[in-house]
Design a protein around this ligand. Sequence first.
Ligand code: PGA
Length: 249
Amino acid sequence: MRKPFIAANWKMNKTLSETREFISSFVPAVKDVKDVDIALAPPFTSLAIASENLKNSNILLAAQDVFYEEKGAYTGEVSPLMIVDIGCRYVIIGHSERRQYFNEADEVVNKKIVSAKKAGLGVIFCIGESLAERDAGKTFDVLQKEIADGLKGIDDKDIVVAYEPIWAIGTGKTATSEQAQEAHAYIRERLGFLYGNKADEIRILYGGSVTPENIGSLMACKDVDGALVGGASLKVENFIKIVKFKEGK
Ligand code: PGA
């Protein structure tokens, strides 16, 4: 059985006081949720305060990105060791916004995963096709390449895959349950080529305009094991509802 995993990706949002405020409402509201792994990925600037305020809670801390070198002259970058040191258990790698705005290629994504795992971090590895690629019938080709290149030489342990169709991110256009299930089943099949039976244990999250309204139908899909939530994770009442999706059934 794969335990559901629901993660908030705040992207470039929330100051320190907003982070504190969110956490002070969120922690007590979800403290009894035992059957879902919950993670928060605030911006780097909020990690320290989040780490402090999440101590002894059932919420895991995640970073939104990491550089692959351990240390040195890389102005503006943050190393895996720093992420671990501040209390992160996970890191998001290969988000489409990193690929799109910061030109992160699959090779860079792969180096980051290698380095993050070496430091003991769990990785939320993001993949997904653009609308043009979907319309051209290339969805599976894109996923296949991103998986093969991104996970080259990586063992299966502590990898969480996030399927995030780019056309669904921040657009209010969620993939239908059928589209999500189809892509997730394909991803699991490809993971099977890399990891054999272990692919059945790897959690595959859906991301792209997840809301309290659509989380239930997405989670009902056989191969959807959780969600990576952007916009709807910024309002604490919405993210609480998403984490407690079982109660909304
Ligand atoms: P969204 O973002 O929920 O705002 O669509 C999801 C993501 O990019 O992780």
